[in-house]
Write a protein that binds this ligand. Structure first.
Ligand code: PLP
Length: 264
């Protein structure tokens, strides 16, 4: 368990410095008064890296993002329940129930793109809520394929409203909180705080349409956009949440080489 894990103090210090540097860049880019959530994307990184940022004498960070169900299940079992996990990766319908049922501190699933996946998440969360009264409904975001690339998951922009309605009307144990996009890599790389990334423009437009269709205030819906390469530009475009991995944890290993618990 967590208290038996050996954290390398030098590594912990480096991670804390990296995190502080990202936080100050977020604050500098944020011209509004709203608070922007930073998800530290820890996929393929060892559990000790997460613990180093979460369990100082006082946790310095709570929100962590993961992409693979099996890896997240393993990490969630090992690490403190005070962590707020975000599932941000490609979702398979047959893993959704397990994901929603087995991780009480799963804070949000940011990558839903079909009604079937929502129904499976709903089933899992319902079972969990019934067995553990302390558990809240599961937040979900609809992932939108703003770049039109076939390789990207997400609903087409025109289909976001229907899926949002499905969640709001049919899934009482899910809470629809907003929209997420990844966007085209080339556009990410070309993004500066001054340029307008088209994917972010699209996500904002989709948000406006979905809010209108649901008869919600726009501000009630969050936008999750921005990664290491483009988070400052995303914040300039109104992002509420950025997902930063490599700029905090460094380059990721290949999936086959990733380990949750390192051998000492
Ligand atoms: C991996 C990943 C990130 C983090 O990407 P970096 O470029 O390492 O910051 C953000 N969002 C999603 C959906 C991801 O899969």
């Amino acid at each position: 368990m967590a208290d038996e894990m050996q954290i390398n103090p030098q590594r912990a210090k480096q991670l804390a410095v990296n995190l502080a540097s990202i936080s100050s860049r977020i604050n500098a880019a944020n011209k509004s008064s709203k608070k922007i959530r930073l998800i530290a994307v820890s996929k393929l990184k060892p559990a000790t890296d997460i613990l180093a940022l979460h369990q100082q004498p006082q946790p310095i960070h709570y929100h962590f993002g993961e992409n693979y169900v099996q890896e997240l299940l393993e990490k969630a079992k090992l690490l403190p329940r005070s962590i707020r996990w975000h599932f941000i990766g490609g979702l398979q319908s047959n893993k959704c129930k397990q994901l929603a049922e087995q991780i009480p501190n799963l804070w949000c699933v940011s990558s839903v793109d079909t009604a079937k996946k929502c129904d499976q998440l709903e089933k899992g969360r319902k079972a969990l809520v019934e067995s553990d009264a302390g558990v809240e409904p599961l937040r979900v975001m609809v992932q939108v394929n703003t770049s039109g690339e076939e390789s990207k998951s997400g609903v087409e922009p025109d289909d976001a409203l229907a899926l949002a309605k499905h969640i709001v009307e049919q899934c009482p144990n899910l809470r629809f909180t907003g929209l997420m996009t990844i966007g085209a890599i080339a556009r990410s790389k070309a993004t500066t705080p001054e340029t307008k990334n088209e994917d972010f423009v699209t996500l904002r437009d989709v948000r406006d349409k979905v809010a209108e269709g649901l008869d919600w205030e726009k501000e009630k819906m969050e936008l999750s956009m921005g990664m290491s390469a483009d988070f400052e530009g995303a914040i300039a475009m109104g992002s509420n949440e950025v997902r930063v991995g490599s700029d905090i944890f460094g380059e990721r290993p290949a999936k086959k080489d990733a380990v949750v618990v390192e051998k000492s």
